[in-house]
Design a protein around this ligand. Structure first.
Ligand code: NAI
Length: 520
């Protein structure tokens, strides 16, 4: 084999896997695969015993993507308007002038559009990488229909201006295309949002009756679906972070109690839970992009009973993502992270909202928890219950607008306790980090909706579990089905999506072994 093998990314549109365990039919691809998991038991003498267990899985994935709509709650916000502007600019091929010359639209930052995975190796030893979407057909972003709700009446062109994110020439060209997009009135409950948001709440559903509010949202979803002849709608919360709702037995602990609490207008049912319930009852997956406990136990049960996907909580877009990479590297290399002190400052509307202490609590908790599994994975460095000294400071600086800066200092102990200090600075527009995540979430959810599976003890094929943990890559506090641990480490989360794609077309998970050359 050559010593100068180059990894190549194929730009060809499709690739197919051959073999007796994969079949491409007219409308679906079927694969069967032996997947291994390792069961660990503690023996009476305290030692651990690991037993590999093989399970045979059959997968069936429908090949034709649905006509997809995304309804964003908070459509007129910075994320909502940036997602919309980005999709429209890409669809229409709108270029814009900056002081440095012309810029072209793209969807960088999106795994579904620009992520690649290693397919395999050629006979001359060249690694071949392919885009995710060449293995299985995905919805094209240009075909996504956008809609949603906002408590502010600004149309999407006005919302884009208010966000102060895009260049003037681009906004000027987008304006005629975005002006006609107007958010539907939203559910407003001043108990769950900071008082400083009251001035923008001029587009609210007029009834305070929660059952009626759910009914209106359900009708909105149905109308949106009919109007655009959509097969599938994903509802994504990208509205402001709410305060926690109090979890009470008899109120939001079971699906039945939650529906009764809505009927009796219970004050602890938050607007976001009402949107989630309405989506689930309409069979539409719901993504909670903020840290609040929208997905109370009753809401999760409702999703399970109705077999509707839910994904939560809080988009993992900036500093938290960096943290889950950096700490993974440090602890993964056998070094002990002793302290992590991180500062964020930004000046967008959601940050302004978070200056209210009650609204800040869920965000603070979400930002603090992202390394638990990484630290917990290394009992040689940390004692039980020991964690790095982790401080998270976030400040509102109005003049920064959507531009988010973060500075962080990590003190790690390496060989012979020598300190290893890492200081990091990041700056990016908050919405530029988040918009591709929102697009990816909808596109991957649509794919997973086309997947069914069967194990050797199942007669019929069944859909994936409604708590869609396969998309943990995108969330700060990933929701998982009961019995599945939380994974925060970013590369493990990415490997989950990658290996799932591979399994659906009958390829084993990537092991990075290169057995063929190490053991020739
Ligand atoms: P934003 O404040 O610009 O937009 C939120 C929009 O939601 C506003 O237009 C507001 O009027 C609307 N809204 C508030 N309550 C509503 C309700 N009950 N119904 C309908 N509309 C409602 O905020 P931005 O920057 O777009 O962020 C959106 C959410 O995404 C926030 O909760 C934020 O915490 C979350 N998030 C954002 C990240 C990022 O931008 N990088 C990362 C992680 C989470």
């Amino acid at each position: 084999l050559s010593h100068h093998n180059i990894s190549t990314v194929t730009r060809k549109k499709n690739c197919k896997v051959s073999g007796s365990h994969v079949s491409y039919l007219e409308n679906e691809v079927r694969s069967s695969l032996k997947l291994q998991r390792t069961l660990v038991q503690t023996l009476p003498d305290g030692s651990l015993q690991a037993t590999p267990k093989e399970l045979l899985y059959e997968f069936c994935t429908k090949l034709k993507p649905s006509k997809l709509g995304i309804m964003q709650v908070g459509w007129g916000g910075n994320n909502g308007s940036t997602v919309t502007a980005g999709i429209v600019a890409n669809r229409e091929g709108i270029c814009w002038e900056t002081c440095k010359g012309m810029e072209e639209p793209n969807l960088f930052g999106s795994l579904s559009q620009h992520g690649t995975l290693r397919l395999g190796i050629t006979s001359d030893g060249t690694d071949v990488f392919v885009p995710f979407k060449s293995l299985l057909p995905l919805v094209e972003p240009k075909d996504i229909v956008l809609g949603g709700w906002d408590i502010s009446s600004y149309n999407l062109a006005e919302a884009m201006d208010r966000a102060q994110i895009l260049e003037p020439d681009l906004k000027r060209k987008l304006r005629p295309l975005l002006e006609s997009m107007k958010p539907l009135p939203g559910i407003f409950d001043e108990e769950f949002i900071a008082k400083n948001q009251l001035p923008r709440a001029d587009n609210v559903i007029q009834t305070k009756n929660k059952a009626q509010q759910v009914e209106i949202i359900r009708q909105d979803i149905r109308k949106f679906k009919q109007q655009h002849m959509l097969d599938f709608v994903v509802v994504i919360w990208t509205a402001n972070s709410e305060r926690y709702s109090v979890e009470l037995s008899g109120v939001n602990d079971t699906a039945e109690n939650l529906l009764n609490a809505i009927s009796s207008n219970h004050k602890e049912v938050s607007p976001s839970t009402l949107y989630a319930v309405a989506s689930i009852l309409e069979g539409c997956p719901y993504v909670n992009g903020s840290p609040q406990n929208t997905l109370v136990p009753g809401c999760i049960q409702l999703a399970e009973e109705n077999q509707v996907f839910i994904v939560g909580d809080d988009f993992k877009s900036g500093q938290t993502k960096m943290k889950s990479v950096l700490v993974d590297y440090l602890v993964g290399s056998g070094m002990k992270v002793e302290s992590m002190v991180t500062y964020n400052h930004l000046g967008n509307n959601d940050m302004f909202q978070l200056t209210d202490g009650e609204m800040w609590k869920p965000k603070s908790a979400a930002k603090s928890r992202v390394i638990e599994d990484i630290v917990g994975s290394n009992g040689t460095l940390y004692k039980e219950d020991e964690m790095p000294d982790h401080v998270v400071v976030v400040r509102y600086v109005s003049s920064y607008g959507d531009s988010k800066s973060d500075v962080s200092e990590y003190v790690t102990r390496t060989f012979m306790n020598c300190p290893y200090r890492t200081v990091m600075y990041n700056n990016c527009l908050d919405s530029a980090l988040c918009a591709p995540l929102i697009i990816d979430l909808a596109i991957f959810i649509e794919l997973f909706h086309r997947v069914s599976y069967r194990t050797s003890d199942m007669k019929a094929f069944a859909p994936m579990h409604p708590v869609l943990s396969a998309l943990s890559f995108y969330m700060k506090i990933p929701r998982t089905p009961v019995g599945e641990p939380h994974v925060n480490a970013l590369q493990r989360q990415r490997a989950c999506i990658e290996n799932l794609f591979r399994a659906l077309v009958g390829l084993n998970g990537e092991d990075n072994l290169f057995l063929e050359t190490k053991f020739p």
